[in-house]
Ligand binder design. Structure first.
Ligand code: GLN
Ligand code: ZN
Length: 785
């Protein structure tokens, strides 16, 4: 096999920029002990000042650089990416190019740290930038607002300063920015933009800022810079492909052809999260020096691509998005097969930034050691990349021991007890069409009405009540062993009793237990189901300072014992009103966990679906007449290519109906979705076949309802009338107005009255009056009908 060192040497081809043999596209920035989260929140609370925050951040950046170099990334050639951010990389790019809406700027026009956080979080009447999901991850970015008058200019030199800081410390980092095409594709039109305005139309005005920044980075000593262009792997953004490809050609003509080295650093264009497809030849045809492709979600082209001969192909063969240890031998085969592509050189990388996985498996002392061996968090993935690069360069023998260890881990995972459970597989294999369907909706509705005898416009809540300091304290004390299980559960029952009394006093029609005993709507079930593990320190940034600890779904899923029945039964024993049982749906459990990569997602979904089906049967047998299965994440796993979406919706919707279709006609199934933009999933929501669906609607003032009616949706619907994302208490008049709007597009016989989402993040001070107003409004509108 040809040695890579020869090919990539600068002497052989003077225009060829040598890219380091091993790299990653990004690294977690929150810190192994969530140091950044804590510092940022202290700054918000006024406990530390901006200088102290900057100091903590600089220390974290240094620790990250040191760690990455210690793990084997080269210190001197741009192998170490700089992906630090105080809040979000898209916001950082917006700040850098001067594209922050004027409402956040300080007197002299630019942003200080406080202004930066204002843009992220809002202040007073200034609404923050909108937040939305980053491709198919659980990370959320802030959506830039771009209009005809956005005055792009180089407004921040933070990127340059961070490079200088690293250089002074002996590490030549590779600054990472969102690329100009993706930046504009992800932006939305500013409020003052004319109808039909496309942010991408401002590309020519944006590019000079990137040029200026690239020049500044080169002058400061950058050898490489990374421009992230994941916008090129999806067709779900509403811009015609032709326009996107034209923009790519234009952008990189300006940045890589017209601006030549050494005026700028060499450019790595990174396309994580999927295949470039039609964009590949276009990107390969530009003069960027390196191209990073995702060979986990995507696959390598099978024949030579013109233009690659002058570039380094950074092969993303290590999964940046999931936590499984790689089969290094198989990955090395993928790398070896790239030889035929005619790339100038091949380097090894991760498929995406590692910001989507926790820091370090070694930091999980309570994890089962067998399971721990199958895992690779960020630090282990860096080592994998380094090993693969060595194997590619020096041959397999050089990394024999590492390949063997990885193969053993993979083999142990394939055969371990619990990974493939015959009884579980037999059950999913025996499923038939009938298991996924209930009888006619109208008959169910009649049977349910007869059983429940609910008034018109029944009121209910989405499930959780405020998770008070006392609840959290009790849980923490129990976890530490300071509070016995009995005492903890007594405390939770007392809490439930109060929540029931409150709901009865307010006059809510369908009660909930309040979810006091649940630490999290996914982890709670993960702890009770077989096939899952949970971590101690496995935090992953969700947005800003918010982190979650996804559970690890490693084996076949089954339910060793009922999970919620005794809590729900207890609650029902306290009241004569119907109590709604509360479960998290299969898709949401999967979307908020790390999922298996060894069996199809649809198989896992059905396994969870069956476990929930058994739980629902037990709830039903215990006399519970209404059961809600939450699927707030139904849209989250939606594939980034439209062609792949029907198959996804098929198994995801199927797993929901599998979990719910076993009930009697007079048992009412509810579901809850956390958003109001249904677009591509409106048909799927109908296909869930729930008797009642609650959705977010208060902020958009019931906008969804006419669309829903037009789509032919004729099931029970509870459009949220109280925005729980804000501490504001809506007045009874406001809620009444929203309900009057709702009855214009929804048959009152189908309309439910509820908040937008669960109340766990709220306090009682605002929850109680808000619910009083909600019930008052329901009664008032009911009486007018
Ligand atoms: N039942 C959950 C709750 O009320 C639903 C949460 C959610 O939609 N994210 O908290
Ligand atoms: Zn919700």
């Amino acid at each position: 096999m040809t040695t890579r060192t020869e090919l990539s040497s600068d002497q052989q081809n003077p225009t060829f920029a040598a890219f380091p043999a091993a790299t990653i596209l990004g690294y977690p920035r929150i810190g192994p002990r969530r140091e950044l989260k804590k510092a940022v929140e202290s700054f918000w609370a006024g406990r530390i000042d901006a200088d102290q925050l900057e100091e903590t951040a600089a220390a974290l950046r240094k620790a990250t650089r040191d760690r990455l170099v210690a793990l084997g990334l080269s210190a001197t050639d741009g192998a170490v990416p700089e992906t630090f951010s105080y809040y979000d990389q898209v916001l950082d790019t917006a700040v850098t190019v001067g594209a922050v809406p004027p409402r956040f700027a300080t007197a002299d026009g630019d942003l200080d740290l406080a202004g930066y956080f204002r843009a992220a979080r809002g202040e007073g009447d200034d609404a923050p930038l909108e937040m939305t999901k980053w491709f198919d991850t659980n990370y959320h970015y802030l959506v830039p607002e771009i209009g005809p008058s956005t005055a792009f200019h180089l407004a921040s030199d933070r990127v340059v300063r961070q490079l200088t800081e690293a250089l002074a410390d002996g590490v030549t980092t590779r600054p990472v920015l969102v690329g100009p095409v993706t930046f504009l594709l992800l932006s939305k039109a500013a409020d003052d933009a004319p109808a039909g305005f496309e942010p991408l139309s401002r590309l020519a005005d944006l590019l000079p800022v990137y040029v200026e920044l690239l020049r500044a980075l080169a002058a400061a000593g950058a050898t490489w810079v990374q421009l992230d262009e994941p916008g090129l792997v999806t067709d779900t953004i509403d811009v015609p492909l032709g326009d996107v490809l034209t923009a790519v050609t234009e952008a990189y003509r300006v940045l890589s052809t017209d601006l030549a080295r050494p005026e700028r650093p060499a450019i790595l264009l990174a396309a994580p999260f999927g295949d470039l497809q039609e964009a590949l030849p276009v990107v390969a045809g530009t003069d960027v020096e390196a191209l990073a492709v995702d060979l986990v979600k995507g696959s390598a082209p099978t024949s030579p691509v013109r233009g690659l001969e002058t570039k380094t192909l950074v092969a993303g063969v290590v999964d940046g998005h999931n936590i499984w240890r790689a089969d290094l031998s198989a990955r090395l085969e993928v790398l070896e097969a790239l030889e035929g592509l005619g790339a100038g050189a091949v380097a090894v990388g991760t498929s995406t930034s590692l910001q989507h996985v926790p820091h370090d498996v070694a930091d999980e002392p309570t994890l089962d050691p067998t399971l721990a061996k199958w895992l690779a968090f960020a630090d282990q993935k860096v080592a994998e990349v380094v090993t693969l690069a060595e194997g590619l360069r020096e041959g397999r023998e050089a990394v024999h021991a590492e390949l063997l260890a990885a193969s053993e881990a993979v083999a142990s995972r394939a055969t371990a007890a619990g990974v493939a459970v015959a009884a579980v597989r037999e059950r999913t294999a025996a499923l038939t069409e009938g298991d996924f369907h209930r009888g006619p909706a109208q008959e169910r509705r009649d049977a349910q009405q007869e059983r429940l005898n609910l008034p018109l416009l029944p009121s209910t809540t989405i499930g959780s009540f405020p998770q008070t300091v006392e609840i959290r304290k009790a849980r923490a004390a129990h976890a530490k062993g300071e509070l016995s299980l009995e005492a903890y559960e007594d405390a939770m029952r007392a809490e439930i009793q109060q929540v029931v009394e409150l709901q009865e006093r307010i006059g809510i029609d369908v009660l909930v237990h309040g979810e006091a005993e649940r630490n999290d709507m996914v982890q709670y079930f993960a702890e009770l189901l077989d096939g899952f593990a949970v971590t101690q320190n496995g935090w992953v940034q969700s947005y800003g300072s918010r982190c979650t600890r996804p559970s690890i779904l490693w084996g076949d899923v089954s339910r060793p014992a009922p999970m919620t029945v005794r809590w729900t039964e207890y609650t029902q024993s306290l009241t004569s009103k119907p109590v709604k049982g509360m479960l998290t749906g299969p898709v949401t459990i999967m979307a908020w966990s790390f999922v298996r990569d060894d069996i199809p997602l649809g198989e896992t979904a059905n396994q969870i679906g069956l476990a929930l089906r058994d739980e629902i049967a037990d709830l039903e047998a215990a006399g519970i007449a209404i059961i809600q299965v939450d699927e707030p994440a139904l849209r989250e796993l939606l594939p980034l290519r439209r062609a792949d979406q029907p198959a996804y919706l098929d198994w995801s919707v199927g797993s929901f109906t599998l979990s719910t279709a076993g009930v009697r006609p007079d048992t009412q199934i509810h579901t809850h979705l956390c958003y109001s933009e249904f677009g591509e999933v409106i048909g799927a929501i109908d296909a869930l076949d729930a008797d009642v669906t609650s959705i977010e609607a208060a902020r958009s003032r019931m906008e969804i309802l006419p669309d829903l009616a037009r789509s032919g949706f004729s099931r029970g619907v509870g459009p949220g009338v109280y925005d729980i994302h804000s501490p504001r208490v809506p007045s009874q008049e406001e809620v009444t107005e929203l309900l009057e709007l709702a009855v214009k597009s929804v048959d009152p016989a189908l309309l439910w009255v509820n908040p937008d989402c669960g109340l766990k993040t709220r306090g009682y001070a605002e929850t109680t009056p808000s619910l009083e107003h909600l019930v008052g409004a329901a009664v008032a509108v009911r009486n007018q009908l």
